[in-house]
Design a protein. Structure first.
Length: 358
């Protein structure tokens, strides 16, 4: 006599061919798996092409060798770039914009050299190194029934003793406290903003700003700047008692020197000055110390922090040290009253060279 359950089961699969049904279903019941974490074992080993075809192995060998060779060439390119590209060479590279040509070349060549070593090693391991498969027995990770029962009993006992289940008010307020406390961290995220926008690119200098001597707080005249001296200055309208004085002076501080016009090597720099008086940002383009140690014979300005040296006679070009850019120069003129004034803001952001990415 047939079982009614068996009939129901077969009827429900009328549209499925028998070969797609597991054998247990054909008998009308699915047997529970004994061990849901049973080790399925290793699939049959498949040989790689390179294991059975010597020509494929040779191709892989050549590919690996090519990657290592490209790495060597890139390293040579790195050294050549370091020697050949001037430290203050600025190039336009899409999409980065105007950046240091030397930094770009060094980063690119070193990146390619390291990538090719890594890619060559991975290709070597995947195609040529031994492909032997090994299995390592693992002990069962499931706890024994006794341990599970003990854990559940301990949990029930702890719940009872803490009165967690009985004291509903305590339980509810605890959940509330735990849910709210992470919000304090979220609120602190507000301090990450607002973003600086273009603030770091601009200073207080604008057309017509008088140049104020930082020591006397008086506007400077050309005759105040003598040969061989270095005068530290700031824009008019900046009061040391203002709450934002430190923020503004950190971007706008300048130094003025007077050179013999014939000593100025950079014609553009000479044109931006006034009869040999040149005005440069004094904020070192390394990490922002004042670069105001002046050697009047050589016209070099030295930063005391890490010894970056700038040639003020040659557009404040970097001669030595970790600074990545010349000191920006401020265009100046003499106004009708005989005072030195700015013709506008710096053309590039003063200070550490990473602002160029801002
Ligand atoms: S801050 Fe000037 S050299 Fe480092």
């Amino acid at each position: 006599m047939s079982n009614p359950d068996d009939n129901d089961s077969r009827n429900s699969h009328n549209n499925v061919s028998d070969e797609h049904l597991p054998s247990e279903q054909e008998r009308g019941a699915v047997a529970p798996a004994d061990d849901p974490f049973a080790d399925p074992g290793l699939p049959p080993h498949e040989h790689r092409r390179q294991d059975i075809d010597e020509r494929a192995a040779k191709r892989s060998e050549r590919t690996v060798a090519l990657l290592f060779t490209v790495s060597m060439l890139s390293t040579i390119g790195f050294i050549a770039s370091y020697v050949a590209i001037p430290i203050d060479k600025i190039v336009y590279i899409w999409p980065f914009g105007h950046i240091s040509g030397l930094n770009f070349a060094l980063g690119l060549t070193l990146g390619v050299a390291l990538f090719c070593i890594g890619a060559g090693a991975v290709h070597w391991a995947r195609t040529l190194m031994s492909d032997e498969e090994m299995s390592d027995e693992r002990h069962p990770i499931e706890a024994t029934p006794e341990v599970k029962a003990q854990v559940l009993a301990d949990f029930a006992q702890g719940t009872k003793e803490s009165q967690f289940g009985r004291r509903k008010l305590v339980r509810t307020t605890l959940f509330g406290a735990l849910a709210l406390v992470p919000l304090s961290g979220v609120v602190l995220l507000r301090d990450l903003g607002p973003l600086p926008g273009t603030k770091l690119r601009h200073t207080m200098w604008k057309p017509g700003s008088l140049i104020i001597n930082e020591n006397t707080m008086q506007p400077l005249r050309p005759e105040d700047i003598t040969l061989g001296s270095l005068t530290q200055a700031m824009p008019e309208g900046l009061d040391p008692h203002d709450h934002n004085f430190q923020v503004e002076i950190a971007k706008a501080a300048v130094m003025l020197v007077r050179l013999e016009p014939d000593d100025i090597k950079d014609p553009k720099s000479a044109e931006w000055g006034h009869e040999g008086i040149l005005c440069f940002s004094k904020i070192c383009t390394h990490i922002g110390c004042p670069a105001t140690l002046y050697e009047q014979q050589t016209h070099h300005a030295l930063c005391p922090c890490h010894q970056s040296t700038f040639d003020l006679a040659d557009g404040a070009r970097v001669l030595f040290g970790p600074a990545g850019h010349p000191l920006p120069q401020l265009r100046i003129k003499v106004n009708d009253d005989g005072y030195l004034e700015a013709l506008g803001d710096f053309e590039e952001p003063p200070g550490p060279s990473f602002w160029e990415r801002g």
